[in-house]
Design a protein around this ligand. Sequence first.
Ligand SMILES: CC(=O)N[C@H](C=O)[C@@H](O)[C@H](O)[C@H](O)COP(=O)(O)O
Length: 224
Amino acid sequence: MLDRLRGKLVVSCQPVPDGPMDRPEIVAAFALAALAGGAAGLRIEGVANVVAVRAATDAPIIGIIKRDLDDSPVRITPYLEDVDALADAGADIIAVDATLRPRPVAVQPLIERIAARGLIAMADCATAEEGQAAHDAGASVLGSTMSGYTGGDVPAEPDYELVAALGRVGGFVVAEGRYHRPEQAARARTLGADTVVVGSAITRTEHVTSWFVQALAEGNRKDG
Ligand SMILES: CC(=O)N[C@H](C=O)[C@@H](O)[C@H](O)[C@H](O)COP(=O)(O)O
């Protein structure tokens, strides 16, 4: 499974929540379009979307469930039931938030449940320390997904240093988070990423549109 992703692109098909693209049939269409463009894998949020994409392709799916919890900042696949639901829906790899923050279920039992379902565990990390802990807990895939999203302002650039540091921990390394341009993805690969996940720049039409709108507004200010 991981060999199918090595050196290739994974496209995260996560529309803006409740936006006009946020429908399983559109997520499946995004997925097929990404594969037609040469992507090797997909990252898909939510059971209905994983079911729709699984019905459309046998390409590797990284499945997640996002929740807004009252008592924890952890959002990505926080519960054992989420792991089971994603496994039943047809995910091949299941990603969990692996940050060292207050959480309802510890990282290790989540990883163990993924393994018990015969699937591959991906740890979404913000730091190398979290990557090491997840690796020790049995995660075979480490991603830089959470870097920049655990407090403070979100940086503009991807976290290349974390990608390199996760490579030193070992396992299969995923560069993810704020890869908006092809050359950024290529750079992550030279730093040790086995694969790169791109989301917003491909499948969040509202975000990409706003980048251009903002650039034009800044240009207008210069003219004025
Ligand atoms: C922090 C968090 O919740 N990240 C999420 C994880 O699945 C998604 O919202 C991101 O779109 C994904 O990681 C891809 O990143 P980008 O959209 O920057 O290419």
